[in-house]
Design a protein around this ligand. Structure first.
Ligand code: 5GP
Length: 193
């Protein structure tokens, strides 16, 4: 399997965003499983690792000071405060390097970040991962059980805002099943088999 861009489409940056708990992480994990060579940006974040999360693999876990230094030095392609709490950002260097080599790159970031990328790189493709319904989104968030009630409420409030931004995106993929949503996303990224 190759992650070279197909000949009909030059390598481009794809940004995957969507409301909290819609399953972005699961779809991206499936994409990586199928296409281990696909470049998926590893974000920097000031939040603490969850159990099982590995530094440099899931995120670069950094202090607020380290994060602010990266921003000051222009090392972030985009960054945002997510859920009114922690900072998350995309280190610019690895993304630029990948695109320069003609290979597609994928970012999984929040709405704010997606907007910043579109402004900086209008050729980027914004893909919105949507739940089959609002009720299903609430079920997924509660079912995940990784947040306490206060955190859940905060994330649902963000999700409501994010759902209303769907029209800003170039493509919408409904996450009804992981396999189908992954097929669709792979096609949009332009991965050739
Ligand atoms: P979590 O804390 O659940 O891992 O992620 C919370 C949110 O942060 C998700 O909606 C995710 O898309 C967003 N996020 C992760 N990395 C980045 C990033 O580099 N930039 C921005 N803007 N958002 C990010």
């Amino acid at each position: 399997m190759s992650t070279e861009a197909s000949s009909t489409q030059s390598a481009r940056l794809t940004v995957l965003a969507g409301p909290t708990a819609v399953g972005k992480g699961t779809v991206v994990a499936e994409l990586r499983r199928r296409y281990p060579d696909l470049f998926v940006s590893i974000s920097a974040t000031t939040r603490n690792p969850r159990p099982g999360e590995v530094d440099g693999q899931h995120y670069h876990f950094v202090t607020h000071e380290q994060f602010d230094d990266m921003v000051t030095h222009g090392d972030m392609l985009e960054w945002a405060v997510v859920h009114g709490q922690n900072k998350y950002g995309t280190p610019r260097g690895p993304v630029d390097a990948e695109l320069k080599e003609g290979r597609p790159a994928l970012l999984e970031i929040d709405l704010d970040g997606a907007r910043q990328v579109k402004k900086a790189m209008p050729e980027a493709q914004l893909v919105f991962l949507a739940p089959p319904s609002w009720d299903e989104l609430v079920n997924r968030l509660v079912g995940r059980g990784t947040e306490n009630e206060e955190e859940r409420e905060r994330r649902l409030a963000t999700a409501r805002v994010e759902m209303n931004a769907v029209h800003e995106f170039d493509q919408v993929v409904i996450n009804d099943t992981v396999a189908r949503a992954t097929d669709e996303l792979a096609a949009l990224i332009g991965i050739t088999r």
